[in-house]
Design a protein around this ligand. Structure first.
Ligand code: COA
Length: 596
C-alpha cells in the first residue's frame, strides 16, 4: 500500500495499515516531512506500548513494515491501494494523481482521504475513475474507528466493496456514502448543527446552550466548544461550500462569520466563542431555560435529509455520527427513544421484565452517585411491583456495560464523601441481592470496577464475547468500594479474586466463563436474542420458589465486611497516591505510587 502525503492524516493512515499487517510506503516531497512522520508514528505506537495496548514486538514489526520515500515510482509502483492525504487543493490533487495513477498498477485502488472536495472532480485526473474512491479516515486515524467510503459518479460498486473490506481489515468501521456530496455524512450533519446552534444565540447564551447539550442531551461537548475545537476557519469554509452547493439556508451565521473574520478561530488561536487562557467548562446549572429539543430537532432533520437524498442509510448515518462525532447515539436512534433530555439510567417494563440500562455511553457508562440513587429507586419499585418477575441490567452503546465509578467525581470528595459514596454503592447493590426476584446482568462490553460490582451482585451474568471483567481500582491507588472484596472471592475464589483486585488484571469473557464468573458467553451479534431467551425461563418460573432459592444461596453476613470496606475505601482520600492515580488516568500515563 502507498500513502501520498506524510502529514498528520497521511502518517496516521500508514500507521493503522502497518499495524494491521500491510506493507506501507509513505511518500512526500521533502525529507523533513518524512522525518516528522516517522517521529509521529514512533511516538504514537510508543504510547500504545506504554499503556499496555500493544507489545514492543508488535510495535517493532509494524515499524519495520513502513518505508519512507521521496520517490513516487517506488511508493506506488507495486501498490494495490494508494491513499492520498495531501492538502485540500484541487490543483494539487490533480497534479499528484495524474502522476501517481500513471505509475500505479492498472488494477490498484486509488483513494483520496479528502474531507471536503468532490471525489468525481478529483477523479478527472486519473484514466480509470471506476477504481477511484474516497476513503475518509477521521482524525486521529489511530484512535477513530470511522472511515467514510465515498463513491464518486464513476466509482464502481466493486471498488466501494473492496475499500470497505480493506477498511475493516484495518480494524475500522466503514460507512458507504453513495453520492458525492459536500460534507459526506458526518460534516454535513455536524457542521450544520453547529450553525443551527449559532442561529439560536439571539435568545440564548453560548454557555447556556453548551451546558444543556453537554449535560442534558448527552453530547460529549456543547456546539460552541466543539466549533472552537474544530476551528472557526474550518467550520466557516465548510458552511460556505454548503451554501454554494446545497442552498442559502446553510450560509454561515453571523457570529461564526464575525469570529472567522476577526481571526478568532477557537482553541488554536486562544479565542473563539470562549477564551482559552484557562480551560473553559460549563456546569449543569447553566443549562437552565434551554430546551435541548430546539437543537436536537434540526440535527435529526439534517440526518433525515441525508437519507432522503439517497446519500446513505439510517443505519450508516447513526454509525457515522457515533464513531465520527463521538455521539452516544445516532440521530435516528435519538428519534426512536424520543428527543429530549437523556437520563443516565433508563428503565423499561415489558413482558414481566424490568430492564435497567446504564446510559452514559460517551463515558463508557461510568456510574455517578445520582445514577446509583436512580438504580436504587428502580429496585424499590421492582420489589413492590407484582408484574415484574425479573430484572435485567445492561449498558447503553456497544462498548461498555459499566466502566466503574465516575472517576471525574473523585477529586471533589473528602474522606466523609468517599465513605458516603462507598455506602451508597453498597446499599444500592445490596438491594439486588435482597430483591426476591432473579436479577440478570447482560454484560455487553467493559465491566470494570463498580460495573463489575454491579454484575457480581446479580444472580446471573451473561457475557457478550467482547465483554471484559476487572477491578482496576488498584491502578488508581484505590480499593474496591461497592462490595467486591466480599462478593468476588465468593464467586471466583480467593485466588483469582485477589489477583483481579490486587493486580487489576482483566478477564476476557472466555476466561470469565471458565472461572465461573459468568453463566454463558454469546457471540456479540446474537447477544440480545440469547439474553431474551435466557430471561424467558426466569419470567416463566415460579416466583415464590425462585425467591426462596435466592434467599437461601445468599445467607451470609455482609455487615462486617461492608463496614470494613467502606472504612478502608474512604481512608485512602487521606493519601496522595490516590490523587496521583486519578491525575495519571486523566493524563493517560502510568501512575507513580509512593506509598503515602
Ligand atoms: N470514570 C470517568 N470517566 C470514564 C471512566 C470512569 N470510570 N471510564 C471511562 N471514562 C471516560 C473517559 O475519561 C473518556 O472520556 P473522554 O472521551 O471525555 O476523554 C471516555 O469515557 C472513553 O474512555 P477512554 O478511556 O477514552 O476509552 P478507552 O477505550 O481508551 O479505554 C477503558 C477504556 C475502560 C480501559 C478506560 O476508560 C478505563 O480504564 N476506564 C477506567 C476504568 C476504571 O478504573 N474503573 C474503576 C473506577 S474506580
Amino acid at each position: 500500500m502507498a500513502v501520498l502525503g506524510a502529514g498528520v492524516m497521511g502518517h496516521g493512515i500508514a500507521q493503522v495499515a502497518a499495524v494491521a499487517g500491510y506493507e506501507v510506503a509513505i511518500r512526500d516531497v521533502a525529507q523533513e516531512y518524512l522525518d516528522s512522520a516517522r517521529a509521529g508514528i514512533e511516538n504514537s505506537l510508543g504510547r500504545f506500548v506504554n499503556r499496555g495496548r500493544m507489545s514492543q514486538e508488535d510495535m517493532d514489526a509494524a515499524l519495520a513494515r513502513i518505508r519512507y520515500t521521496l520517490d513516487l515510482d517506488e511508493a506506488v509502483g507495486d501498490a494495490q491501494l494508494v491513499v492520498e492525504a495531501i492538502p485540500e487543493r484541487m490543483d494539487l490533487k490533480h497534479k499528484v494523481w495524474a502522476e501517481a495513477a500513471e505509475k500505479a498498477p492498472r488494477d490498484a485502488i486509488l483513494a483520496s482521504n479528502t474531507s471536503s472536495l468532490s471525489i468525481t472532480e478529483i477523479a478527472e485526473a486519473v484514466p480509470n475513475p471506476g477504481r477511484f474512491v474516497g476513503m475518509h479516515f477521521f482524525n486521529p486515524p489511530a484512535l477513530m474507528k470511522l472511515v467514510e467510503v465515498n463513491q464518486g459518479e464513476k466509482t464502481t460498486e466493486a471498488t466501494v466493496e473492496a475499500v470497505k473490506e480493506l477498511a475493516m481489515r484495518m480494524g475500522k468501521t466503514p460507512v458507504w456514502v453513495r453520492k458525492d456530496t459536500p460534507g459526506f455524512i458526518v460534516n454535513r450533519v455536524l457542521v450544520t448543527y453547529l450553525n443551527e446552534a449559532c442561529k439560536l444565540l439571539d435568545g440564548y447564551g453560548v454557555e447556556q446552550i453548551d451546558a444543556a447539550m453537554q449535560h442534558k442531551a448527552g453530547m460529549p461537548l456543547g456546539p460552541f466548544m466543539l466549533s472552537d475545537l474544530i476551528g472557526m476557519d474550518i467550520v466557516y469554509n465548510i458552511l460556505k461550500v454548503f451554501e454554494e452547493k446545497l442552498g442559502p439556508e446553510y450560509a454561515p451565521c453571523q457570529r461564526i462569520t464575525e469570529l472567522y473574520e476577526a481571526k478568532k478561530l477557537g482553541r488554536k488561536t486562544g479565542e473563539g466563542f470562549y477564551s482559552y487562557e484557562a480551560r473553559p467548562s460549563v456546569s449543569e446549572v447553566q443549562a437552565e431555560g434551554f430546551d435541548v429539543k430546539l437543537l436536537l430537532e434540526p440535527f435529526v432533520e439534517e440526518a433525515e435529509k441525508v437519507v432522503a437524498e439517497g446519500i446513505s442509510t439510517e443505519e450508516d448515518v447513526d454509525t457515522a455520527m457515533k464513531l465520527g462525532a463521538n455521539l452516544p447515539r445516532g440521530p435516528f436512534e435519538m428519534k426512536r427513544v424520543g428527543l429530549g433530555e437523556e437520563k443516565p439510567i433508563l428503565t423499561e417494563k415489558r413482558g414481566g421484565v424490568l430492564k435497567v440500562t446504564v446510559n452514559r455511553p460517551g463515558k463508557l457508562n461510568s456510574m455517578t452517585a445520582e445514577m446509583l440513587e436512580m438504580i436504587g429507586e428502580a429496585l424499590n419499585d421492582a420489589a413492590i411491583d407484582k408484574s415484574i418477575r425479573c430484572v435485567l441490567f445492561t449498558g447503553a452503546g456497544d462498548r461498555a456495560f459499566c466502566s466503574g465509578a465516575d472517576i471525574s467525581q473523585f477529586p471533589q470528595l473528602d474522606v466523609e464523601g468517599a465513605r458516603r459514596l462507598s455506602r451508597l454503592g453498597q446499599t444500592t447493590y445490596r438491594k439486588i441481592v435482597e430483591l426476591p426476584k432473579p436479577v440478570v446482568a447482560a454484560v455487553n462490553g467493559y465491566c470494570l470496577g463498580g460495573g463489575n460490582e454491579l454484575a457480581i451482585h446479580c444472580d446471573f451474568r451473561l457475557a457478550s464475547e467482547k465483554a471484559s471483567f476487572g477491578q482496576p481500582e488498584v491502578n488508581l491507588g484505590l480499593i474496591t468500594g461497592w462490595g467486591a472484596t466480599y462478593m468476588l472471592p465468593r464467586l471466583v475464589g480467593k485466588t483469582l479474586a485477589s489477583e483481579m483486585m490486587m493486580t487489576g488484571r482483566r478477564l476476557d469473557s472466555e476466561e470469565a466463563h471458565r472461572e465461573g464468573l459468568v453463566n454463558a458467553v454469546y457471540p456479540a451479534d446474537e447477544f440480545e436474542a440469547k439474553v431474551q431467551e435466557f430471561i424467558k425461563t426466569l419470567v416463566a418460573g415460579p416466583p415464590l420458589a425462585l425467591a426462596a432459592m435466592k434467599r437461601l444461596v445468599n445467607i451470609e453476613n455482609f455487615e462486617e465486611a461492608s463496614n470494613a470496606e467502606a472504612d478502608e475505601f474512604s481512608i485512602l482520600w487521606n493519601c496522595s497516591d490516590l490523587m496521583e492515580g486519578i491525575t495519571a488516568f486523566n493524563e493517560r500515563r502510568k501512575p507513580e505510587f509512593k506509598g503515602e
